[in-house]
Design a protein around this ligand. Structure first.
Ligand SMILES: *Cc1c(COP(=O)(O)O)cnc(C)c1O
Length: 252
């Protein structure tokens, strides 16, 4: 299905407007919380979206793009290969995909196991690079979610050995934490999850003051303003800017 030029132009304009509107809403949420808007950065999540929408986001000014599946992002990078774009891997990385992350991505938001950390460490050392990473935590308790279990404070002490093991990886630069909370009917319902991630971050920062824990990656289309009020430094917004993701094609 190819779109006619008018439809493409209209889509591009809509994306530009929605991109600006999201930036404005971030600025307002930051102001409500007494924060500087510059302290919140927007990742446009292009996963599952056609290339022309990703291109429209870049034309609108987006420089940080987020992908969930390593190959899908790499395919877009081949076309959108501006040196000033930063590509964020925000989804779970399978062991056999770790190499793509090291070769192509600027930052990993979804480091969720010591095994993956050690695999990435090995590959990053080989490639002579350092990969900025965020540790993903499950603060909502859903079985289906990735991330270290952290929905109950009583679990936090048990995280210490794993965090120590990640911090021992010299080619991974830990910068903070990330979460994907359970879906909520109302943005306000996500607030307790964002607060929990922030207090977990504070807990880790007290235990490991030698590392940097500044970054809080939280908030998506449905709830990014609440996340900004609760301290998000990265928000990951897809559909609110690019529109609905087309249904997944069956993979060959
Ligand atoms: C898909 C996805 C997003 C963006 O979700 P939207 O609801 O489209 O804004 C953000 N973060 C992660 C980890 C995702 O998988």
């Amino acid at each position: 299905m190819t779109k006619n030029p008018e439809a493409l132009l209209e889509e591009e304009q809509q994306i530009a407007e929605r991109y600006q509107a999201v930036l404005e809403r971030i600025a307002q949420a930051a102001a409500r919380a007494g924060r500087a808007k510059e302290d919140v950065r927007l990742i446009v999540v292009t996963k599952g979206q056609p290339l022309e929408k990703a291109l429209a986001a870049v034309r609108a000014g987006a420089r940080d793009l987020g992908e969930n599946y390593p190959e899908e992002g790499v395919a877009k990078m081949r076309v959108l290969d501006q040196p000033d774009l930063r590509w964020h891997m925000i989804g779970h990385v399978q062991r056999r995909k770790a190499k793509l992350v090291i070769a192509h991505y600027d930052m990993l938001h979804a480091l969720d196991s010591v095994a993956l950390a050690q695999r990435l460490e090995h590959l990053a050392a080989e490639a002579k690079r350092v990969l900025p990473v965020l540790l993903e935590f499950n603060v909502g308790g859903e079985q289906s979610k990735f991330g270290w279990p952290a929905w109950d404070e009583s679990q936090w002490d048990a995280l210490i050995p794993d965090v120590e093991a990640v911090l021992a990886c010299e080619h991974l630069l830990v910068q903070g934490v990330m979460t994907v909370p359970p879906p909520v009917d109302h943005p306000e319902a996500a607030r307790p999850y964002f607060r929990r991630l922030r207090s977990l971050r504070d807990f880790l920062a007290r235990r490991f003051p030698q590392a940097s824990w500044d970054e809080l990656s939280m908030g998506m289309s449905a709830d990014f303003e609440v996340a900004v009020e609760e301290g998000a430094t990265w928000v990951r917004v897809g559909t609110a800017i690019l529109g609905p993701r087309p249904p997944k094609k069956p993979t060959a």
